[in-house]
Design a protein. Sequence first.
Length: 187
Amino acid sequence: MDIKFSAFIATSFDGFIARLNGKLDWLNEAAGEDKSEDYGYQQFVASVDCIVLGRNSFEKVAAFSQWPYEKTPVIVLSRHLKSIPPALEDKASLFSGEVELLAVELQSRGFKRVYVDGGATIQSFIRAELLDDITVTQIPVLLGKGIPLFAEVAKDVKLKLLRSQAYASGFVQSSYQILRYAAKYFD
């Protein structure tokens, strides 16, 4: 497949992407007053030509005072959402099918690199063996409970470390290539 699917996400040190109620207050608090460091996020977003968001992620982004993805097509993966809010109809579209079908559609539309965002959405791309790489920024806070980034998988998912960087803030960012057909190479 010529298309590449990439994830870029932050977790607490114990692996949660949000509190059980979906709140991200811990992430904003960890960033502190200095918002000048974006940990490579803008560079990453500039490298993609399409974004696939899960419904929860879309609803969080849709609540921002300004839509952050003006020049990039956004696909919202949801079986429950029936329509995009009128103010965002020209900025996002819905897809309710399987991620494998979405991958074929996006490739046929000529997209080269797609940003996959949202815990359940990332998990579905991993289960379908479609996710090519993931960048995880660990935030130095323990939440104890919350919404995990990763869920149960049917078989081991092997990763190859591409790079890891520690920041003065205590954040640690690691990028991994997801090795397809891991069983063939590691059994």
